[in-house]
Design a protein around this ligand. Structure first.
Ligand SMILES: Cc1cc2nc3c(=O)[nH]c(=O)nc-3n(C[C@H](O)[C@H](O)[C@H](O)COP(=O)(O)OP(=O)(O)OC[C@H]3O[C@@H](n4cnc5c(N)ncnc54)[C@H](O)[C@@H]3O)c2cc1C
Length: 263
């Protein structure tokens, strides 16, 4: 038996086992301490097209993830690219998503293959004097890496609470408690923010000087995504408090960014 264990240990030292055979590390273990970065975490995440819109600071990336109501998870299924919209939330240096254990996306992601998770906030259409120079104000994030499965039931419940309470603060403790079966039917995945980039555009139209006298309206049409006033279910018991809802996000990366044309 000892020989077998030694052989396994030696094998693991030289060749990482396929993920399915590796003992699961907690998906919530703290990742490397984030640096306050002024540059990209890897060559892959360096914004090349309109590079001055690239932002790599962890707090900016976190604020965009927190403000986004949904993400898309891109992954490969049977050799084909799939980008699946789903909900996400962030705690510390990791972003999380969840769903049914029967979901093809989640089952695929649980195998630990590379994914790209992206969140986009549209802040405004930018109308220039020419069609060519029309653009948009936005904040977007791309995160790359291999997801981990959250295995431990209590940890899973804690994370699901964080998701619910992110949008509806204080709601989780007021709910009918989740059953063991419901928890078992739910898969929670996480991705570290070790390899992530943001791209941000703010400001007005950036027409060339020769177009400035052209007689057409130019400027910004703001776009806002926000939660509306809650509408009660029919038959609700009297006297129940309405849910608290998260206030709309404000674009925090503002004036400093240079406008420009293109996206
Ligand atoms: C709402 C919205 C609308 C857009 N519309 C258009 C459009 O119509 N046409 C168009 O060409 N582009 C558009 N873009 C920009 C687009 O997302 C790409 O940034 C751009 O096309 C350059 O792609 P690329 O592959 O050359 O990027 P590169 O700069 O070569 O990408 C290198 C790395 O930079 C990072 N990166 C690139 N783009 C983003 C991003 N948006 N957010 C975070 N990180 C990023 C990634 O880590 C990527 O691996 C839009 C972006 C947003 C948010």
């Amino acid at each position: 038996m000892e020989d077998f264990q030694r052989a396994i240990a030696a094998y693991c030292v030289f060749r990482p086992l396929p993920r399915i055979y590796r003992p699961m590390t907690s998906a919530t273990r703290p990742t490397r301490r984030p640096r306050t970065r002024s540059g990209p975490s890897s060559s892959f995440t360096r914004v090349r097209r309109l590079a001055d819109r690239g932002v790599y600071e962890r707090d900016v990336i976190a604020s965009i993830l927190d403000a986004g109501m949904l993400c898309h998870v891109a992954h490969i299924v049977d050799g084909r690219p799939v980008a699946t919209p789903t909900f996400h939330w962030r705690i510390g240096d990791r972003v999380y998503w969840h769903g049914s254990v029967a979901s093809r996306m989640l089952k695929t992601n649980a195998q630990g293959g590379e994914v790209c998770l992206t969140v986009t906030l549209m802040d405004g259409w930018v109308l220039a004097r020419s069609a060519f120079n029309h653009t948009a104000n936005y904040r977007s994030v791309l995160c790359f890496g291999r997801p981990l499965v959250v295995e431990e039931a209590q940890e899973k419940a804690r994370l699901l609470q964080a998701f619910t309470d992110h949008w509806f603060p204080g709601r989780w403790p007021t709910l009918r408690p989740m059953t063991r079966k419901e928890l078992g039917a739910t898969l929670v995945l996480s991705l570290p923010l070790d390899e992530a980039s943001a791209k941000v555009r703010t400001g007005g139209a950036d027409d060339p000087a020769r177009d400035l006298d052209f007689p057409v309206w130019a400027g910004v049409v703001p776009v806002r995504e926000s939660l509306g006033a809650p509408l009660a279910e029919p038959g609700l018991k009297q006297g129940l408090a309405k849910p608290k809802v998260r206030p709309p996000s404000r674009a925090r990366v503002g004036a400093a960014r240079r406008p420009g044309t293109g996206c």
